[in-house]
Design a protein around this ligand. Structure first.
Ligand code: SF4
Length: 312
């Protein structure tokens, strides 16, 4: 599925005023490509995912989202439900494995998902296919959530997202709160699904994971996508000082001491009109007191005044 995002803005209402969670987000993915979205907590990553699947609670989204050239923000809720949600695009929500209902078997919970989406076909076969796709034995269908390990519960949640065979899945921190062995299992599972033709938007703060699984990476900071490009370029040749800082904070086997980025992200209640990384940037200069436009890079763009000359 081809995905194009143009000038996407999402904001929440709060008693202190609007929260500008995502602003002027732009990127596109070709059919079969996957993207990783990385950045600190509250940078707008999850809001971006929820905006694309039109499940933003207490907020509104403007701009353009094209799925295979169709503008999904122009559809009514029921049209989007009937044509897209869970059928062409689905989501693995953050912490979703803890939302499995403890008093129902896994099978009953799958059936509930199918009911919610008015599925009228062969539900037994569909559930069987979904379990197979995440390498879970059918015996698991008879079990209750408390009888499953964390890794099995997360596989069940992924299977639920795959139930109606969507070709694009938004996965919000699918490995958070899992131990490293189970994290590896889930990442290997996502890699397997990708090989079988599934596309992902993988939301995480773990750039190392993204470099393994994503074709493209978008780095978010303060509600904006400050760098976008191929995962190879972002990982091997990061341009934005924030991306560089994120990569330096990852421990390496070479023994390089990880460093951290001093300071805190800006408030999205009243975001600055200058570069949002200004207060924390080690390379800040006078010009940075204005918000930088997006300058082209080999495989995408970077929003930083350091690259003004290279783009002309
Ligand atoms: Fe740093 Fe300036 Fe680039 Fe912002 S625009 S990231 S302050 S160098």
């Amino acid at each position: 599925m081809k995905l194009t995002i143009k000038d996407l803005k999402s904001q929440y209402s709060s008693y202190r005023g609007p929260v500008y969670a995502c602003e002027n987000i732009n990127f596109d993915l070709d059919d079969g490509e996957s993207i990783g979205i990385a950045g600190e907590s509250a940078c707008g990553k999850s809001t971006l995912g929820l905006s694309i699947i039109r499940m933003l609670q207490g907020g509104k989204t403007t701009g353009t989202i094209l799925l295979d050239e169709n503008s999904i923000l122009d559809l009514s809720d029921s049209e989007f439900d009937q044509q897209y949600r869970w059928k062409k695009i689905s989501m693995i929500f953050q912490g979703a494995m803890n939302s499995l209902d403890p008093v129902f078997t896994i099978k009953d919970q799958f059936i509930e998902v199918l009911k919610q989406h008015n599925y009228e076909g062969d539900s037994a076969q569909l559930i069987k296919d979904a379990m197979k796709s995440v390498s879970l034995d059918e015996i698991v269908l008879k079990k209750y959530p408390h009888e499953l390990s964390g890794g099995m519960k997360q596989r069940v949640i992924i299977a639920m997202a795959l139930l109606l065979k969507p070709n694009f899945v938004i996965a919000d921190e699918p490995t958070t709160a899992l131990d490293v062995l189970i994290q590896a299992q889930i990442i290997n599972l996502l890699k397997k699904l990708k090989k079988e033709g599934m596309s992902f938007m993988l939301i995480t703060h773990d750039l190392a994971v993204l470099s393994e699984i994503a074709d493209k990476i978008g780095i978010m900071y303060g509600g904006q996508m400050v760098e976008f490009g191929s995962s190879h370029d972002i990982y091997k040749n990061p341009k934005h000082p924030y991306t560089q800082g994120l990569l330096k904070s990852i421990p390496t086997l070479r023994g390089d001491k990880p460093t951290y980025i001093k300071g805190v992200p800006p408030s999205l209640l009243n975001p600055p009109t200058q570069c949002r990384f200004l207060d924390r940037c080690p390379q800040a200069m006078e010009k940075c007191k204005q918000l930088p436009p997006k300058f082209k890079t080999d495989s995408g763009y970077v929003q930083c005044w350091l690259y003004e000359d290279e783009s002309t």
